[in-house]
Design a binder for this molecule. Structure first.
Ligand code: ATP
Ligand code: MG
Length: 586
């Protein structure tokens, strides 16, 4: 037997393999997923989760879940709990390695004191705005702070008093003393600590100075002994600074590896924008099925397997690219096809009376649960004299190629009988309200013993037995014809976004938030369809149960559903546009 072909390694796995080969880190592989608890996770985070946990799994290493909770203003426990649930749901396990950056605040403080003593950090009285103004530009050097040459003792004293709360927010910072003329702007005496009298979700009021992301992040990785610190490309220019800090501290030095973040067409992935949609109630919450959040996708019916498979397929690279949303839907469809039981539901019903079927009679027919999976077995579907079919499955003036029902034509009702349309009943407005049909009792189960063929097979439900249902149909969050050049992703790394936080938040927002991003939102991203009917086998289905509605699409039971009021979300349609795109590309 031949071995399965080995997949080629992406560049990150290649680095890990090389490191293992050279005996670096004593053969340890230790990664982490470091979310900031300031929002819910989205599909972009899933890429990072799959990469970090996936590498640990593949190379016999470990992966930590670490909350990067250094900004008290935007962080909440609600987010922490939601993120944990999402990572677990995706199928990953941090075991006993759940960490919080805030647990390292004392260590970070001690490290800062160490830098002050080495004359590598100083207390600066400039405001954050002034710091920025003195920073220079890409083509011109910055200006030294007037406080740059304070004595070690003064610095130690001031930093201690900063910590003890003697100074107002924004009145002082602790800055690294590197080089105001450095070609890399991040190296121009960056701010390490700011004063912020704000309660933290875990440390409460214990601290009133908070570390900046650039100071904190490398230290967190170092403390945890992370061997491969995998992050997105925006942090490439920050690596020299992380390296500089760890060299000064003579601390364990993880290797940072940058990869291109996931960008997807037709959606928004900026947490800030998602939060705006949630706050404005444009969507029902972080788990609205239209959002690309893990919670939204779960509620919509995506499986964790399909998301993991998607992340595998898009791979990991250094170059930026935008992935077509169709590929994600293709992965979802592919997985649901294998695992979803089929049921019959009629979303837009048209009444059909089988004239030669006795009134008051009904029978149960065998229906196959999943043609892709014989072990799924069969179920009984009730049939009776009055049925519903899909309104679209009937045309009074049918063109020749219309193989569904029209006057005089015979079609198969799936798992049931051949029926022929004999008469069309209309209301005063000329709208078709009912079809009168006959059935051929000899075709029970859906085949004619005389070998006669029909071109069309329709799904249906028995009016007497069917359950009413509400169906929520979703379309892209961003109008299908809109380009999404910045599918919401702030090109600025978080570090700078954070340096701009507080008083100067507005300026940063104006820059990166062209006010009209909301104009591209698809007004038809949700259509609620009432009046549908579904076969009774689903009566007890719990929220989250997934089905294929035959000929319509994949659906799952929404948490709003109850036995008396079934509510379904359309997960994805049946039509695989990706398969078409892929074919054309060949
Ligand atoms: P923020 O701008 O608020 O920092 P973020 O999306 O970067 O938002 P984090 O909580 O910092 O949020 O993200 C946690 C991890 O997920 C980081 O390591 C980050 O690099 C990674 N990540 C975030 N977005 C994507 C994305 N679109 N593709 C791949 N990885 C991502
Ligand atoms: Mg980030």
């Amino acid at each position: 037997m031949s071995e399965a072909p080995r997949e080629s390694l992406d560049f990150v796995r290649q680095i890990v393999t090389d490191d293992l080969g050279s005996g670096k880190n004593d053969g340890r592989v230790h990664t982490r997923f470091p979310p900031e608890p300031n929002g819910y996770l989205h599909i972009g985070h899933a890429k990072s989760i799959c990469l970090n946990f996936g590498i640990a799994e593949q190379f016999g290493g470990k992966c930590n879940l670490r909350f990067d909770d250094t900004n008290p203003v935007k962080e909440e426990d609600e987010y922490v709990e939601a993120i944990k649930a999402d990572v677990r749901w995706l199928g990953f396990d941090w075991q006993d390695r759940l960490y919080f950056a805030s647990d390292y605040f004392q260590q970070m403080y001690d490290y800062a004191v160490q830098l002050i003593k080495a004359e590598k950090a100083f207390v600066c009285d400039l405001s954050l705005d002034e710091v920025r103004a003195h920073r220079g530009t890409l083509t011109s050097p910055g200006v030294d702070s007037p406080h740059r040459n304070r004595s070690i003792d003064d610095n130690l004293d001031l930093f201690d008093r900063m910590r003890r709360g003697e100074f107002a927010d924004g009145s002082k910072t602790l800055r690294a003393k590197i080089d105001m003329a450095h070609a890399n702007m991040n190296m121009r005496d960056p701010v390490m600590y700011r004063i912020l009298h704000a309660s933290h979700h875990r440390t409460g009021d214990r601290w009133c100075i908070y570390p900046m992301y650039d100071w904190a992040h490398g230290i967190e990785d170092s403390i945890e002994g992370i061997t491969h610190s995998i992050c997105t490309l925006e942090f490439e220019d920050h690596r020299p600074l992380y390296d500089w800090f760890l060299e000064q501290l003579d601390a364990f030095h993880p290797q940072q590896i940058e990869f291109a973040r996931l960008e997807l067409t037709h959606t928004i992935m900026s947490k800030r924008k998602l939060l705006e949609l949630v706050d404005a109630k444009t969507v029902s919450g972080w788990n609205d099925p239209r959002l690309p959040t893990i919670g939204g996708m779960r509620r919509r019916g995506y499986t964790p397997e399909s998301i993991r498979n998607f992340c595998d397929r898009i791979g990991v690279a250094k170059f930026k690219s935008t992935i077509d949303f169709q590929l994600l839907e293709h992965c979802v469809r592919d997985d649901l096809n294998k695992r979803s039981p089929r049921v019959m539901a009629v979303l837009n019903p048209l009444k059909v009376v089988i004239e030669n079927y006795p009134e008051g009679q009904s029978e149960e027919l065998d229906a196959i649960n999943n043609p892709e999976d014989a072990s799924a077995g069969t179920r009984k579907v009730p049939f009776s004299r009055v049925l519903y079919i899909e309104r679209d499955d009937f045309r009074e003036d049918a063109p020749r190629k219309f193989f569904r029902l029209s006057p005089g034509r015979e079609v198969r009702l799936r798992y049931a009988y051949f029926v022929t349309c004999r008469d069309v009943i209309k209301d005063d407005a000329g709208e078709v309200t009912e079809l009168r049909c006959t059935y051929d009792p000899a075709t029970r189960g859906g085949d004619a013993p005389d070998g006669r063929k029909v071109k069309g097979t329709l799904h249906w439900v028995s009016a007497e037995h069917a359950l009413p249902c509400e169906v929520r149909l979703y379309d892209h969050l961003i109008a299908p014809d809109e380009q999404t050049p910045e599918s919401g992703n702030n090109p600025e790394p978080r570090a700078s976004a954070r340096a701009n936080s507080g008083a100067t938040q507005k300026a940063a927002t104006a820059e990166t938030n062209p006010a009209d991003w909301k104009a591209s939102l698809n007004p038809n991203s949700l259509t609620v369809q009432f009046g549908g009917f579904i076969e009774p086998s689903v009566a007890e289905a719990a929220p989250g149960t997934r089905y294929q509605f035959e000929r319509i699409g994949y659906f799952c039971v929404d948490p709003d559903s109850s036995p008396g009021k079934l509510v379904f979300n359309r997960t994805v349609t049946l039509k695989d546009k990706w398969a078409k795109i892929a074919k054309k590309g060949k």
